[in-house]
Design a protein around this ligand. Structure first.
Ligand code: GSH
Length: 201
């Protein structure tokens, strides 16, 4: 059995869980909750960066981060399923990088509130992160078709990113991005793992 160290609200963990489901690998993975703020968490030995997701393999080795884990799962499922070979690979990986970047920026915004007392929060820093999110969403809004024919890792990462914006930022992104809203509705309908991995607010 593979062990996935993650937490229900982690968007990167959700990306891995959805990818595993699309690859038909969910029942080979046990999810073990990790608390990234606990200094005694074994996660800090499993992944020195102390970040989730981390995947413990059957030989005891650990893989991180989510990009490496999805690549591993894709190979385990035969390869070329969520990450194509050939030139389209780079476009797909760029789409993943864009969505991962939305998650990184949104997580930094959440951590500003979680880790800093109110009087030390830095609005300029929050706005800097928001700029990344806004520009990345604008690119996704203009480049994504209303429906994707076959889902790849870029789509999975985008769904996880939008899901995290819904969870932590009251879905404010929805107002200015009608195409992305429709795209996510279609993803939700066609990928049951999206609803199955939604964290409670
Ligand atoms: N690039 C990493 C990002 C992972 C990440 O930022 N994980 C967050 C939770 S979703 C985390 O573990 N944060 C704890 C910390 O930074 O200490 C990936 O793709 O897995």
């Amino acid at each position: 059995m593979l062990i996935l160290r993650s937490s229900p609200a982690s968007p990167f963990g959700r990306k891995v869980k959805i990818a595993a489901a699309l690859l038909g690998l969910s029942d080979r993975i046990t999810v073990e909750r990790a608390d990234t703020s606990d200094p005694n968490e074994p996660l800090r030995t499993q992944n020195p960066l102390g970040k989730i997701p981390a995947l413990i393999l059957e030989n005891g080795e650990t893989l991180y981060d989510s990009r490496v884990i999805v690549e591993y799962l894709d190979a385990l499922a035969g390869g070329g399923r969520l990450i194509p070979a050939g030139w389209s690979r780079f476009d797909v990986l760029r789409q993943q990088a864009l969505a991962d970047g939305i998650m990184d920026a949104a997580i930094l915004q959440s951590y500003e509130a979680r880790w800093r007392p109110e009087e030390r929060r830095d609005q300029r820093w929050l706005d800097h992160q928001q700029g990344k999110i806004d520009r990345a969403l604008a690119v996704a809004e203009t480049t994504l078709p209303a429906q994707s024919r076959r889902f790849h890792v870029g789509h999975v990462a985008l769904a996880a990113a939008l899901g995290y914006l819904d969870l932590r930022f009251q879905g404010r992104w929805r107002q200015a991005h009608p195409k992305l809203v429709r795209w996510l509705e279609d993803f939700d309908k066609r990928v049951p793992a999206f609803a199955a991995t939604r964290a409670a607010a």
